[in-house]
Ligand binder design. Sequence first.
Ligand SMILES: [Ca+2]
Length: 302
Amino acid sequence: MDQEYGEIRFLAAIFGVTMLALIVAVTVAFPSIYGSPAAAACYTEYVTPRRLIDAPEMTLVGDALSGLPNDAAWQGVATDGVYWYMLTSESPDGTKNQIRKYLISTGELVGSNLDAYSDNYRFGSGEIIDGRLYVAVRGAGFSWSHVVAYDPSDLSVVADIDIAHAGYRVPEGIAKHDGYWWVVFGGCGTFELENEKKSAVIRYDADWGNPVAYDLFTNLGSESGGQDIWWSDDDEIVTLHHDRGALQRWRWTGTGFDLVSEYAMPDEETGKPYGQGFTYLDGKWYFVGRYSDRLTEIAFPP
Ligand SMILES: [Ca+2]
């Protein structure tokens, strides 16, 4: 009897060691199963939100557009200097993804695509880059992240690009800088771990290959993630954090982003801070007023 147990235990031990070796081998050979190393960190680590203490306040200057149709300014804005392109993922009639084009000089609505993408997905913000309107689009969960390009003249789809990167979700804004695409994501990790709000910037090659993730949450803690991105000056980006109601400047170090400074956003009329997409034109910053149906110029403090 004892000898039999001994053999069973020996075989069990051999089996265990073999399985362990197999798991290690598979993990090393196929790291993408668990996402990039940075993505893996999203799953395991909760970072306590850093408090926004004594941050300088951004200054409300005035509206560039107001009285927009309900929810037309829900997500983001892009511009080519002649037109504003207002992006929304909501509308009172239930249609999800809409683009409205306004002539900046007069504020006149000159074009729209009120069924710009499948209702199964949601627009984030976007920008005019290389003569196209690029919009970040998200699906539910982790596995679906796209960038969709529109022809600015008639707002028709000209390209639809899968940019999914394991562990990261909710692409919210797009920039192009130094020959790379830079997409800010609103979250990584799982909802269950309350890590869903960690934001990151993912860099892609010019052909959208070779994604490299740069987590921003190390500095910010876990809260609602990045809503838009803009490369400013030589080596800085600006991002905005939704529920946090704060704008951040980050300096590119060559290997990541260091937080330079943070600014508190003013409130919309509803009492909630401006916290969605934005754009930059002729030295001025413009933010969508999600709850107040407007586009507003807001300045950095002197
Ligand atoms: Ca934008």
